[in-house]
Design a protein around this ligand. Structure first.
Ligand SMILES: Nc1ncnc2c1ncn2[C@@H]1O[C@H](COP(=O)(O)OP(=O)(O)OP(=O)(O)O)[C@@H](O)[C@H]1O
Ligand SMILES: [Mg+2]
Length: 418
């Protein structure tokens, strides 16, 4: 008896973690979708129903994820495994290795998840352009600050080696080292800090997709108001970044070199860089799509969705790749940040709807809630997304849109007295 070739050709994607919009994208690409999720109730019930299976499993627990995937593989015959959140990436790579299905190896993903491991791998090569040292206690961190801030006395960057969302990224000078290093919990030190020379210039992020070790550049995004001290929070993004063709080609070549050095062969990657004069410096890379809705900006400007392209590539399906850049439209997201406190007013002025190209405006905290002070990506207060044909007008419209959002927080002193 011959087996049905049509059935054998079905692509079953195992998605580890995510949220409703991501599940929806995966359902569009794969014939069958199995979802691993710590709290499946966060996913729209109709999307859960469309999945072939939804498994409740802690996606940060790599061993549990691998065991569950092994158990289910004989039934579902997974084609590929994918994740879009940092916290799901290692379990995803572990499953890839254990089942021998499409995805990036655990070795490759582990290099992207640890900034010390990444810099070690790149040492001595063309991408080794930033002085850095690893530290696992306050004494060695202090010594690294002393060493790297010599001879100019310029402050350096200190950040957790396995950090995310700009959490605990600090600018440190010889004078401030004692106090700032004291503020890192012992666990952060034990997990490793990386101390780096401060890189000047404008900041960008680069989206790529890889298939069988062959890389494609999907686009370059400008980081608005480049993240700055003291907390280096990302305040917004504009796509596509206006860069000359030669510059783009140089960025592309260097990022492909990076992906090869880290053994990335499949799926979407998001790489952060700074351009200081003619020099491109690497900040970090991730084996997942860019956060902060960069995929949405690319969809608005270029008509492509890198997340869907990534899923399609993993499933071995043809994907519509952009043949040329720049796009003929621009799109941007800007965040409202603040010092936080009990929210006495959270509102969008009705006139925000009149701003040309407004796509979305959202309050992340409502009246009556307590908004945290913005110190990282998780504590920003609101955002707007806009699109338009002209970059200058779009930047102006972003400012106008932000000015029509009001999140009024009682200052801590007043609320403490109340
Ligand atoms: N060596 C450096 N020189 C200058 N700025 C830096 C350096 N390292 C980090 N930064 C700044 O700090 C920001 C956060 O650092 P990084 O991206 O490495 O940490 P992260 O917590 O993994 O960030 P995220 O997950 O938000 O992308 C960068 O976007 C950049 O603006
Ligand atoms: Mg970053």
């Amino acid at each position: 008896m011959t087996s049905n070739p049509h059935i054998n050709d079905r692509k079953c994607l195992l998605l580890v973690g995510g949220w409703s919009a991501i599940v929806e994208k995966a359902l569009r690409v794969a014939d069958d979708l199995v979802l691993f999720h710590g709290t499946p109730s966060e996913i729209d019930p109709s999307l859960q129903a469309a999945c072939r299976a939804v498994e409740t499993v802690d996606t940060r627990d790599e061993v549990a994820c691998i065991a569950r995937a092994r158990l289910l593989h004989p039934t579902h015959c997974f084609t590929a495994v994918a994740a879009v959140r940092d916290i799901d990436c290692l379990a995803t790579a572990g499953i890839c290795d254990a089942l021998g299905i499409a995805g990036n190896s655990r070795h490759a993903v582990a290099l992207t998840r640890n900034k010390i491991a990444m810099r070690k791998t790149l040492a001595g090569g063309a991408l080794d352009t930033v002085g850095w040292m690893a530290a696992h206690d306050r004494t060695s961190a202090r010594a690294a600050v002393e060493r790297l801030s010599t001879p100019s006395g310029e402050p350096v960057i200190v950040k957790p080696a396995a950090g995310r969302g700009s959490l605990d990224v600090r600018l440190v000078s010889r004078e401030t080292a004692g106090a700032i290093l004291q503020s890192y919990p012992d666990k952060a030190l034990a997990d490793g800090l990386i101390v780096e020379r401060f890189i000047g210039g404008a900041e960008y992020s680069v989206e790529t997709v890889s298939l069988n070790g062959c890389h494609h550049l999907l686009g370059v995004t400008e980081k608005l108001n480049p993240p700055r001290p003291p907390y280096f929070v990302e305040e917004g993004h504009l796509f596509p970044a206006s860069l000359e063709d030669a510059r783009l080609a140089d960025i592309r070549d260097r990022i492909f070199l990076l992906l090869d050095a880290l053994s990335i062969t499949e799926g979407v990657c998001h790489t952060e860089i700074k351009l200081d004069g003619d020099q491109m410096h690497l900040i970090e890379t991730h084996a997942r799509p860019g956060g902060d809705r960069i995929w949405r900006l690319m969809e608005l400007a270029l008509g492509i969705d890198p997340i869907e392209i990534g899923f399609a590539a993993l499933c071995g399906r043809p994907a519509a790749l952009p043949s040329s850049m720049p796009a003929n439209r621009f799109a941007a997201i800007a965040y409202l940040c603040g010092e936080g406190g009990p929210v006495s007013e959270a509102s969008l002025d009705g006139s925000i709807r009149d701003i040309p190209g407004l796509v979305e405006s959202r309050l992340l905290f409502q009246t009556g809630m307590v908004a945290p002070p913005t110190r990282d990506s998780y504590s920003r207060h609101a955002f707007v997304i806009l699109t338009g044909p002209g970059e200058t007008a779009l930047r102006g419209n972003l400012e106008s849109a932000l000015s029509r959002i009001r999140i009024v927080c009682d200052p801590p002193a007043r609320s403490a007295l109340a």
